[in-house]
Design a protein around this ligand. Sequence first.
Ligand code: F6P
Length: 364
Amino acid sequence: MKRVLVATGGGDCPGLNAVIRAIVKRSAREKDWEIIGSINSFDGLLKEPTEIVVLDEKAVSGLHFRGGTILGTTNKGGPFEWPVKNLDGSWGSVDRSEEMMRKLQYMGVDAVISIGGDGSQRISQAFHEKGLKIIGVPKTIDNDLPFTDFTFGYQTAVQIATEAVDKLVTTAASHNRILILEVMGRDAGWIALSASIAGGAEVCLIPEIPYDIEKVASRLETRFSRGKGFANIVISEGAMPKGGVQAGEKSEEVGYHNVRLRGAAARLEMELKKAGVVADIRETVLGHLQRGGIPVANDRILATQFGVKAFEMVLEERFGEMVAYRHPNIISIPLIDAIQKNKFVTENSNLVKTARGIGISLGD
Ligand code: F6P
């Protein structure tokens, strides 16, 4: 019997369960493979007693459309930086990666499939360098991982954001207001751009193109003066004014290293008022609604393709590699390449050209 351990790490996103299901279903087509899952990323392995579950076809039945992850996840700490409380009450960290390697060996695990975003894949690469037979599966609603056209979860987030714009358009029109929608994406503007195009926003502000508030204000005034008595703005949580910084703050949560981005829409409202915009302004922060619930069909399909490919990479012993989607193929690339940099919107991105082409202001 050969054994593969699966873990989901980082922020959740729609489609994770579909990947787990596909790995299990594909493995069931081979002789003598067992799939097990570690609860809450690799934390389950490091817990005493360990929190490990057997994933057979019964356990994954019907998971193709279920949001979240049945394995649980975490975006804090990890085996290389396990949080520990110092004697003085402050928090430090210890490296438990060797211990995890020993546990995997003891449990007879032949290979690991790690489903996660950039942080998780950095951990996968570090384990690969230690000799662990590991394969990465990329996930994130932000769609900011390089070498893959899309990550699953992104299309669902875009759909949810677009539906929000659709709803905000009708209430903006009824009240002659400016409605601002703040969407996720961290440092990448893919969700905002896509939802702006699909939802027909007038202004889209993204982290990669710092905005000039005077230009945004004058664009809105022109629109109102032409008789269009309302406007919709989509702003990425990571967007910033020219010469400014992202809105947010360092988190106090133990082991959480990301900056918590928040407040971009509220700041924009204040800036617009200061710039002389007289129309009423309201803001909506979409937040984690973008990460929850049922994945759209495209994400279920992509997640299933990734799961099947990941297990086949185990069979082919393509360790130290990550699944990727390069239209029209599902391929694999070295993890070391995948973690070098993120994929951001550029002036040459087709979505930017399309947005500009239909007159959406990007605030510059
Ligand atoms: O990376 C995915 C993401 O949803 C980002 O878009 C967002 O900035 C972040 O995670 C939120 O993280 P958390 O769930 O830890 O608040």
